[in-house]
Design a protein around this ligand. Structure first.
Ligand SMILES: C[S@@+](CC[C@H](N)C(=O)[O-])C[C@H]1O[C@@H](n2cnc3c(N)ncnc32)[C@H](O)[C@@H]1O
Length: 225
């Protein structure tokens, strides 16, 4: 059960985590992030959304971990209104967190498991996020075009980019959240795809290696996209 003291701790840790990541969140966004955490906890009992059960752990391993991509993503999109597809989103990570922190980004979370897509639709209604969508499908069936295609704990870089190739706009970018710099995975991506940046990420309170791999279609592939 979430007690008042517990809720205050979570709010304080979210606040200091956001500050460490250089994110200026409004009161509404902070409330939405904590409400999202509460929804994941509540629905986890019936929907089995994540292996983590403890709210404090979810805050660090899921919320702050996903919030670590916000500043790099904003640098990439330059704050423009773009369409983002989060592939294999599960409970909505990082898709829901992006939708909360970046209201200018239209976020579609796709998952092959119907109850996970339904959960995202419920989150969009409960948290009043009209630019957040849950889609029940295999990513291979989507055509987009999306400006950014993200994933976290999803698949190898080769499979992620191959399966979502048709959904990414010709000038779009893939954003893959990874642990350690995935040298072998990078070597295995298709010749039509290029890695243009690997960015180390620091997650407040998490003593683990994290990085984000940015990829795009090579010029020849873009011409036929
Ligand atoms: C390990 S979970 C990761 C969930 C979330 N991104 C996270 O970081 O917690 C991978 C998710 O990918 C979904 N998935 C697997 N293959 C897929 C496909 N081809 N298209 C869309 N979703 C897929 C699974 O149902 C699962 O929810």
């Amino acid at each position: 059960m979430t007690t008042a003291v517990h809720a205050t701790n979570l709010a304080a840790r979210l606040e200091s985590g956001a500050a460490a990541l250089g994110l200026a969140l409004s009161d509404t966004q902070r409330t939405q992030l904590l409400d999202y955490l509460a929804l994941v906890q509540k629905w986890n009992k019936v929907y089995n959304l994540t292996a983590l059960r403890d709210a404090e752990e979810m805050l660090t391993h899921h919320l702050l971990d996903s919030m670590a991509v916000i500043a790099p993503l904003r640098r990439q999109t330059q704050g423009q209104p773009v369409r983002l597809l989060d592939v294999g989103s599960g409970a909505g990570l990082p898709g829901v967190v992006i939708a909360i922190c970046c209201p200018e980004i239209d976020v579609t979370c796709v998952d092959t498991v119907a109850k996970k897509a339904t959960f995202i639709q419920q989150v969009a209604i409960a948290l009043k996020l009209p630019h957040l969508h849950g889609v029940h499908a295999r990513v291979e069936s989507l055509s987009g075009p999306f400006d950014v295609v993200s994933s976290r704990a999803f698949a190898s870089l080769a499979d992620f980019t191959a399966w979502s190739f048709g959904a990414l706009a010709a000038q779009g970018v893939w954003m893959a959240m990874k642990g350690r710099h995935p040298v072998d995975e990078i070597a295995a991506v298709s010749p039509e795809v290029e890695v243009f940046h690997v960015e180390p990420l620091t997650v407040p309170g998490l003593d683990a290696e994290r990085c984000m791999v940015w990829l795009r279609k090579k010029a020849a592939a873009r011409a036929f996209a």
